[in-house]
Design a binder for this molecule. Structure first.
Ligand code: SF4
Length: 346
């Protein structure tokens, strides 16, 4: 029985039993139903049989302890990855996978090399969160919780829209994981239909666009999705999203050496994004065989052009390089020792 259908197991039970079960799973972060001692033993035993809480995973911790990657084995033996990033300001952001593999074919991404296998179910998304929440409270203390959830791991979340939204609704539910809607972000490679759907959702979830290039020529080379949804259509969809939601949209820009880090690209980016409710996030690239990371000096010069041009800019350092924290790197290594690229979501 899937975890997101827990209520089915409690049909015919007093209402408070379901609440007790949710408190055990999402509040106390129980690893097995045996820990849910408010429930009768017979119920715990049947839940353990039909809806086990455990998940098979290997953990990899970076040397500086600020990145933890879980390589998760699903019930059909497929592998996905989740990455927990600990910021200097005390935030704990969790990067989730939405699919097994990915069909989008971004040139800089290890997951792309795996190809697409299947969508994750809503409960498989929720289980990633519970796994990492347990890890965090077990290692850093029971009061330490996940502060942000970002769909930026393996897969294109808007191609698994319904399951991603179903998982978010349960994780947002005060009787569930109880994480505020503004603490969720969905990062898309540019699926316009998904942007349009999200604009109509009642929940105030953050939208991020994995842009990585300021013009169609370069973007189509790096991200084949651009052939279907070119930059002008993407920007129009984002403008419409901003008009409907009045929410800031983040444009992620992975800094790749001598590919998209030249200063004329920075100037093009200013022309493309200026004057709108946008934020540019410059992300240090996890270097790999095909591409290299931009030099810090080059990133600084690039950033200056953006800020001088009036754009709001943040910069994300690379965490967990030593544990291959970019999405898909570990799973790809298992699938093929040749695969060593890195993901936009690194
Ligand atoms: S960067 Fe994201 S969308 Fe592109 S191939 Fe990788 S997982 Fe898929």
């Amino acid at each position: 029985m899937p975890l997101d259908n827990l209520h089915e197991h409690f049909a015919g039970q007093p209402k408070y039993r379901l609440l007790q079960a949710k408190e055990a799973v999402y509040g106390a972060l129980a690893e097995s139903w045996a820990e849910a001692t408010t429930l009768p033993q017979s119920l715990r035993e049947s839940l353990d049989r039909e809806c086990p809480l455990s998940l098979s995973a290997d953990f990899f911790v970076s040397r500086d302890q600020r990145a933890v990657k879980a390589l998760i084995t699903l019930s059909d033996s497929q592998k996905i990855e989740s990455v927990l990033l600990k910021s200097a300001d005390g935030r704990h952001s969790l990067c989730l996978s939405s699919q097994v593999g990915c069909a989008m074919g971004c040139q800089f991404c290890a997951t792309a090399g795996l190809g697409f296998s299947r969508n994750l179910e809503a409960e498989e998304i929720i289980r990633q969160v519970l796994l990492m929440a347990r890890y965090l409270s077990g290692h850093d203390g029971p009061e330490v919780r996940i502060s942000n959830i970002i769909f930026m791991g393996m897969g294109e979340p808007f191609l698994n829209y319904d399951n991603v939204m179903a998982a978010i609704k349960i994780l947002n539910d005060p009787q569930g994981f109880n994480l505020g809607a503004r603490h969720f972000s969905i990062s898309t490679s540019g699926i316009i239909s998904g942007i349009q759907k999200l604009a109509r959702e009642k929940l105030q979830i953050n939208l991020a666009i994995s842009l990585n290039a300021p013009n169609d020529q370069l973007r189509s080379r790096l991200m084949p999705v651009n052939n279907k949804y070119p930059i002008d259509k993407l920007i129009m969809a984002v403008k419409d999203y901003v008009k409907r939601t009045n929410r800031l949209v983040m444009f992620e820009y992975l800094m790749i050496k001598k590919v998209n880090d030249d200063l004329s690209s920075a100037r093009q980016l200013v022309r493309l994004l200026k004057g709108n409710l946008h934020l540019v996030n410059l992300i240090a690239y996890n270097p790999s065989g095909k591409f290299l990371a931009a030099e810090p000096k080059q990133i600084a010069a690039f950033k200056k052009i953006l800020t001088d041009g009036g754009l709001k800019v943040t910069q994300r350092v690379s965490l967990g390089r030593d544990i291959m924290a970019a999405c898909g790197q570990l799973a790809a290594r298992g699938a093929s020792s040749q695969s060593n690229s890195a993901c936009a979501a690194s």
